[in-house]
Ligand binder design. Sequence first.
Ligand code: GDP
Length: 345
Amino acid sequence: MDTGTLLVAAGVAVLAVVLAVILVRHRGGRLASSPEAAPPALGGAERLRRGLLATRERLLGQIDAVLGRGPRPLEAILADLEEVLIAADVGVPTTAALLEHVRAAAAGSADPAVIRDLLRCEIAALVETAPAPLPSATPWVTLVVGVNGVGKTTTIGKLATHHTQEGRKVLIVAADTFRAAAIEQLTVWAERSGADLVRHAAGADPSAVVYDGIRAAVARGIDVVLVDTAGRLHTRSPLMDELKKIRRVIARELPGAPHETLLVLDATTGQNALNQARTFGEAVEVTGVALTKLDGTARGGILLALRHELGLPVHWIGVGEAPDDLRPFDPAAFVAAVLGSADGR
Ligand code: GDP
């Protein structure tokens, strides 16, 4: 073989290797973005931080800006902080209470570092919540309520994933029979998470689905039952009556159940979420909240208002659409994600 032929052969070999690398990378990229692919492996704290980035930018960013404006009287600082907190949907009553505590504890000091620490401590104390109860009865029944569009179906799917990953046998009860799409969506989530499903045709009596669901759960030795319910707000009064009826059917078939009633709220709706919480609270005894879509909003301050104004424990937060983007609410991790760590970042 002469030198020219050798050079051409080497060139062809190099080209083949480069093409192979490009092909492998390209296919890997397509796999990574397909719905079945595992999400990129991020640690829990990092996922949470990313999910809460918009709220962090609004809260921490603006608080830093206010406190960085040089020496000023305490009242001027507090007035600016009030604006920042209200803009992050903390709400007027909660903001007033937080700043009152800061004013009292500051004891006249207008040192920005002191104010920053005090505000952080007050917010940390406010969001302090006991975690969601662990299933302690068999079957453990969670009734899931909330208006359409808040992420109820998705939250049930994510909860099913969480419990099956913890080794529990899960049954989803598709009792929102008014929306055929919700039944179909739950069918997909059940398959994906390995949960059982009890469903009737669209338009069926929700109480009948619940009755079948509880019976099936007992017969099959299910650990956790997740009951979806309708959320048509425009038919408010019948909706609340229906929820009460569903509760009665569950309690009759399984004394002591439902063991928890989880209200799903959409963080992007801000103060409107508080109104929904009040409405549902009048009809059913809400034991905890799943606050969804925190990743799409800077209005994460609504979580503080839910705690202060309604005393509702937030048990889960949604920070994305992937199955493991529903996270048990960890107060300390939340404060670190939206206000930075105690040492300043
Ligand atoms: P439902 O009508 O209350 O059952 O709402 P769905 O479960 O169908 O959710 C409505 C939309 O919100 C869907 O596109 C979900 O993927 C999306 N969603 C739910 N939870 C979250 C979340 O935590 N983050 C984001 N970004 N989207 C969410």
